[in-house]
Design a protein around this ligand. Structure first.
Ligand SMILES: NC(=O)c1ccc[n+]([C@@H]2O[C@H](COP(=O)([O-])OP(=O)(O)OC[C@H]3O[C@@H](n4cnc5c(N)ncnc54)[C@H](OP(=O)(O)O)[C@@H]3O)[C@@H](O)[C@H]2O)c1
Length: 277
């Protein structure tokens, strides 16, 4: 049986990804966490999420100084590799051609596998974007990564990066987007949709801020769902967009996965959209 229960087809990767993914910022350290319970617990949490169908995992060389990628690598062991979609990122201080190659190989080593999608984490003003893009194309040719993209870029930046490419194209953009942070709605998201790319929405649940929202809880009652599940399902209703909530606890991961496999009615979707505008 396939792990992927609720998916979206994305033209730029000519394949499907899970309708909701998992973020990993904070997993494996990087900041002090009162809930720290060790790598084994994080592995358990991520494995639970994969088993529930959140097969897209977002990580980065910067998270936990590389340790997060090691935890992701442990977590994916035993799952069918082709059903997973592993995203990692190169930090802008490694945006030079040789550094990108080195960083990607180090990330793949820590993950114990190739990278499905490799992103430039933030724009690197001192490095010409064409130099970074050239390295990305080389990594695809070398089989280290399957696709590449950009994070924290606006439409002009994306267009500039695309103009350097001859062999492959930018497959994805990862930016901040939530019901409370909707800047990309009139720019990057329609651009990405028009071009058949994947849009990864980070900080989608605003660190859990929607949990006790009475308006969302009211809508959720109709569906037997929580406020967070309503928010996550609202994103599922947007073409080409995949939210990547991070959860460090099993109960959160289960709740987030419960936002898949059903759909808000169009009326409720609009109601939520207008409520937060
Ligand atoms: N590309 C970039 O520049 C960039 C920047 C920021 C983030 N990201 C990526 O996006 C991911 C998500 O963003 P984020 O971590 O900033 O914020 P987020 O996913 O909106 O929020 C994460 C927080 O929400 C809590 N949470 C998770 N599920 C919950 C639930 N069902 N109910 C209540 N609280 C819940 C988590 O708690 P517990 O951990 O205790 O479960 C955690 O404190 C990151 O992990 C990272 O992978 C990328």
């Amino acid at each position: 049986m396939s792990l992927m229960r609720d998916t979206k087809y994305i033209k730029s990767i000519n394949g499907k990804v899970s309708a909701i993914g998992m973020g990993t910022w904070g997993i494996g350290g990087g900041y002090w966490s009162p809930d720290y319970s060790g790598d084994d617990e994080w592995v358990r949490v991520l494995r639970e999420g994969i088993g529930l169908g959140m097969t897209l995992i977002d990580t980065a060389e910067m998270y936990g100084g590389g340790h997060t990628e090691e935890i992701v690598g442990r977590s994916i062991k035993g799952f069918p590799r082709e059903e997973l979609f592993i995203v990692s990122k190169v930090w802008p201080n490694h945006a030079r051609y040789d550094d990108v190659l080195r960083s990607a190989r180090a990330s793949a080593n820590r993950l114990g596998t190739y990278i499905d999608l490799y992103l430039l984490h933030w724009p690197a003003p001192e490095v010409p974007i064409c130099e970074t893009m050239r390295a990305m194309e080389r990594l695809v040719d070398d089989g280290v990564i399957r696709f590449f993209g950009l994070s924290n870029f606006d439409v002009n930046g994306i267009e500039e990066a695309r103009s350097c490419l001859s062999k492959y194209d930018v497959a994805a953009v990862e930016n901040r987007y939530s019901l409370l942070h909707r800047v990309d709605e009139s720019s990057v998201i329609p651009y990405v949709q028009r071009n058949g790319m994947l849009y990864l929405a980070y900080t989608p649940i605003e660190k859990g801020a929607f949990s006790n929202n009475e308006f969302l809880m009211g809508i959720g009652k109709k569906y037997g769902k929580t406020a967070i599940q309503v928010v996550l399902n609202w994103y599922v209703g947007i073409d080409n967009l995949v939210p990547i909530p991070k959860a460090g606890r099993v109960e959160h991961v289960r709740e987030n996965a419960g936002a898949m496999g059903w759909r808000l009615s169009r009326d409720d979707w609009e109601l939520i959209s207008n409520h937060f505008h």
